[in-house]
Design a protein around this ligand. Sequence first.
Ligand code: SF4
Ligand code: SF4
Length: 337
Amino acid sequence: MSGRISIVLSQGQSRHPEKRKLEEELVAELMGRPEFDLSLIPNLYDIHWEDSAFLTLEGISGPMVVLSWHYPRAAFWTLAQLGICGRFGKSRLHEEEEGDQQDQDVGDAQDAAAAELPASEAVPAPSGKRPQTANRLIYCIDLRVSSDVQAYLEELERIRQEATTRLYPLQVISPSEDTSGSLEAEMEPKKEAPLRRRWYPVIDYSRCTHCMECIDFCLFGVYGVDAMERILVEQPDNCRKGCPACSRVCPENAIIFPQHKSPAIAGGAVGEAGLKIDLSQLFGAPTAQEIAARERDEQLMLAGRQPVGLSQKERDAAAAERNELDEMLDELDAMEL
Ligand code: SF4
Ligand code: SF4
């Protein structure tokens, strides 16, 4: 016997008609089903603790499914950074693309690693906030994987049976008051001002080793450490809009910018063995470390500060990166490809 499950639909930042249509169709379907307890929130990446959407998320104690326009890894760790924690639930709804089996395998391995880690134990609590400790599953589904509402409904039903049977055997189901509202009212859930678009790093704590490279690299005071010497994003809004620099220097690919156009930075599956290989680097283009330093300098200048270039430590890291690429080239030569 399975119970009711919370569904959170995080609206996209853009009012693109196709996106809006999918959101509306999903809301219309989900509102009429008492087994799903639907909450509609603005883009979860833009939410602050003082926003009513945060209270909505905080009020959900059982398993939940989050439908958003982000990669599942990005959505899951964005929630964790807000203190909304659980175990990573694995959705079966993926973008089916020819030749992406390897990415899928890597993604599966990452999901498994995240699932092993109760996020509430891994995420340092920002000052004054305590991560929820619920041993519940949080499933994150990327709304870009399909435009077929039926595909989502089938997956939501599968998840409902899986999540509520396994951890929450039976809940008393009472019809949601929300289901009596009109679709228009549901799609405009907030009378407050629309949320300002934000830009800040999200840390995937299933990968982070707390090496402190990012706090050394960023010169805008975004990162901090907690009492246990664990890295945390302390001043997210100090981050410079559009700057993804520290994600390039993180040796574990643990830093995500969910709104970045590159899947590798936006929380897509991390490449095999965690190597950030860009084939252009094989032909003398800048290393990731050098690109990151250049991006940081651009932001320093935009902020009216002096560029700093590469520190000695960063120069060494760039040299090591180049050596690594040279060795790869030698190996390719040896293979006579
Ligand atoms: S650089 Fe990456 S692995 Fe190191 S502390 Fe920062 S996020 Fe964690
Ligand atoms: S993206 Fe740039 S400004 Fe933002 S945290 Fe990283 S280095 Fe700092």
